[in-house]
Ligand binder design. Structure first.
Ligand code: OGA
Ligand code: MN
Length: 295
């Protein structure tokens, strides 16, 4: 994974409108307007940028939900319904809202929906997990509420050889039921457990675009296939702690208008709580692109 920034074609921003996010090999871009239809050339530039930088922060965007939907389609097929719909019965739209606003319309601290506050890769408990997630900042609290990212290709590369050998060929069981237990929030319903039975994926997966080995884990990962559960859990938590050392983590401080997209195949992320959650609103629009079976 390259941390250098490639020259940007004239259709992209000027070099002084980009900044690298070195902890995760990411890039911050201002000076492009994504509300307009993208030319072929700019789409190609975007795809190359995404391949080289698994987290992209676009500043100062103001996309309608419809436009965010269209823009997301640049990267592939948009994901369907989340298993959680069965709990909150929120009507599905492909551009949904991540927020701390309750059904009474008021902000609150999360007591039930806590999964986003633990390191994870989106929908890793699916047999075909997510490729990319995009969040667009709409209402941003004044203090806290960052989203943190860790690049698990960089983490894998930094592992010692003995650990690389040890995890080679191992598979982790990813489970919605277990994820809910580990997030200490609402438990999975029987219906959800039937719909999303545990799946297993390689712990060291190969990124299909770059060919790099990456750690594939997080809070949806429960244990190691074929190992005693506690032993596997300990290995997964150790690897996660290794991958999320402060030096490897970028914390995104949101501004209204930010559009942040990330590659779920080689990053893990989590939200940090914000201050005065029962007073301050945090609202983001979210879209997810479907990926492929990890190998
Ligand atoms: C997500 C997520 C984190 C945040 O939308 O997948 O994990 O900071 N969000 O809201
Ligand atoms: Mn997430």
């Amino acid at each position: 994974m390259s941390a250098t920034i490639e020259p940007i074609p004239r259709t992209g921003p000027r070099p002084d409108e980009t900044r690298s996010l070195p902890e995760i090999g990411g890039i911050e871009i201002s000076g492009v307007d994504l509300s307009e239809n993208l030319s072929r050339e700019r789409k190609d530039w975007l795809m190359r940028t995404f391949r080289a930088h698994p987290v992209i922060v676009f500043r100062d965007q103001h996309l309608s939900k419809e436009r965010q939907y269209e823009f997301t389609l640049t990267f592939g097929e948009i994901e369907g319904l989340h298993v959680n719909r069965l709990v909150d019965a929120v009507k599905y739209t492909p551009v949904h809202t991540v927020s701390n606003i309750g059904s009474d319309g008021k902000p609150s601290a999360p007591t039930r929906e806590r999964g986003n506050y633990y390191w994870h890769s989106d929908k890793s408990y699916h047999d075909v997990p997510s490729l990319l997630t995009m969040l667009h900042g709409v209402e941003i609290p004044s203090r806290g509420g960052e989203t943190q990212f860790a690049n698990t290709a960089m983490a894998y590369a930094a592992l010692d050889e003995a650990t690389k050998q040890r995890i080679s060929g191992l598979r982790a069981v990813h489970s919605w039921e277990r994820s809910r237990i580990q997030a200490r929030g609402l438990l999975a319903t029987e219906e959800q457990k039937r719909e999303r039975p545990p799946v297993d994926h390689p712990i060291a997966r190969t990124h299909p675009d770059t060919g790099a080995k990456v750690l594939y884990l997080g809070n949806h990962a429960s244990h190691v296939l074929g190992w005693p559960e506690e032993e596997g859990r300990a290995l997964l938590r150790w690897l996660e702690a290794f991958a999320t050392q402060p030096a490897f983590v970028y914390s995104h401080r949101w501004r209204p208008g930010d559009l942040v997209l990330w590659d779920n195949r080689c990053t893990i992320h989590r939200a940090l709580p914000h201050e005065d959650m029962d007073k301050e609103r945090r609202v983001l629009h979210r879209t997810v692109v479907k990926g492929t079976v990890p190998y």
